[in-house]
Design a protein around this ligand. Sequence first.
Ligand SMILES: *Cc1c(COP(=O)(O)O)cnc(C)c1O
Length: 425
Amino acid sequence: MTPDQLLQLDRAHVWHPYAAMGGGPVFPVVSARGLYLTLADGRQLIDGMASWWSVIHGYNHPVLNQAIQNQLQDMAHVMFGGLTHPPAVTLANKLVELTPAPLQSLFFADSGSVAVEVAMKMAIQYWQAKGQTRSRFLTVRKGYHGDTFGAMSVCDPVTGMHSLFQGSLNQQLFAPPPTPAFGEAFDDSHIAEFSRLLERHSKDIAAVILEPIVQGAGGMRFYAPGYLRRVRQLCDEHQVLLILDEIATGFGRTGRLFACEHADISPDILCLGKALTGGYMTLAATLSTREISETISHNPPGAFMHGPTFMANPLACAVANASIDLLLDSDWRSNVARIQQGLETGLAACREMEGVAEVRVLGGIGVVEMNTPVDMDQIQPAFVQQGVWVRPFGKLVYLMPPYVISDEELQRLCAAVTRVLDETA
Ligand SMILES: *Cc1c(COP(=O)(O)O)cnc(C)c1O
C-alpha cells in the first residue's frame, strides 16, 4: 500500500480521536524508535507528546520488547476469572508496594476510562455494603477522567461536552477549578465552595474524584498541594471517599512518582494507566484500601461486579513490570528535574510572545496557553515541518516528552514550538 492509498482508505473508513470522519490531516507513521517517529516519506519527528503521556522510555525499547517476547513464549492471554498468573501477581504486588501504604487491593482494567468506571462503581458498592445509598460524585471543574459515561459525567461540563450528551449523563456536583496555582500560597478561601458542596451533600456523595496537582486534558492546570491536602481532610471530616485519578500524573511525570506525594496524602481509591506499560499496551489499574475491598467482599452480594474480557492481560502485565523496573532502576527523579529545567529555559521566549497568555512548567510537562484556540489545520503541519510531533488542543500547546529526551533534543523541540508559535501568532 502506498502512503497515498493508505491515507485515502483511512479517510474513507477510519475514525480518529475527537474527529470527523475524513476530517483534518493525519500523518502516516511507519516506525518509531527512541524519541523519534518516522513518517512514510522518511521524515523523522521528535515526539513531544510521549503518545499522550504513555511512552516514558521511548519507542522500540530493547528491554520492553524483550519482556513481551519472553511472555509470548508462555501465553499471550488467558481469562482472569478463576485463573491467575505470574505477570499479574508480580505487577499487583509491585504497584501495592510503590503506591501509598493504605492502598492494598488492586483491580486490573483495560484502559484509563474503565479504571475510572471501576473506581466509581467501587465507591458506590462500598456504601451499599454499609447499607447506604450514595450515587453522586463531587468533583472540580476543568477536570478530565475519560470518555465513557461514568467518567464523562465527572469531566469538566464545558470541555467534557456535557451539553452534547445531556439527558444521558448522571448529574454530578462541580466545585470551581482548584486554586491557587502550584507554588502559590493556599488558604481556606480557595476551597470554600468545594467545602460548602461537600457539607451540604455529604450523605449523597459516594466519593470525591479529582486529578491530583495536575489537571490534564481538561485544561493543563497545576494547582497548589495545599488544596489537595485540604480535600483529604474534608473528605475525612465528612466521611466521603477520595478517588485520585493519577492516570496522567503517575510514574514520575510531575517530579514525584505519584502526584499525591506533593501533598503527602493518600486516596482511598487510586487510578493508574497511561505510562503503566511504558506506552506499549493498553492497561490500567484501580487500587483501593483494604477497608474498601473487605467491606465490599464481606457484605451482600459479596463480590465486586466488574470483569473485563482482557482483564490483567499477561503481555500487558509483563511489559508493565519491565517498564516499572526500568523506571526505578534509573535516576528518574533528577532526569525529570533536568527536563523541567530544559522546558523552563526552552519555552521562556514564548512568555513575551504576542498571543500567549501563560507559560507554565511542572516536572516533565510544559504548557503554553494561548489567548485564543490554535488553528489545528494550520499549526499541525507547521510542527511537522519543523521536525516535531506536538498536538495542541484548544488554546493549549503542551509538551510531555519521553524521559529519554536529551538536553539537545529538548532544546530543538522547544525551539521548534517557539518558532511555530512566533510564525502563526
Ligand atoms: C487519559 C486519561 C484518562 C482516560 O484514559 P484512557 O486510557 O484514554 O481511557 C482518565 N483520566 C485521566 C486523568 C487521563 O489523563
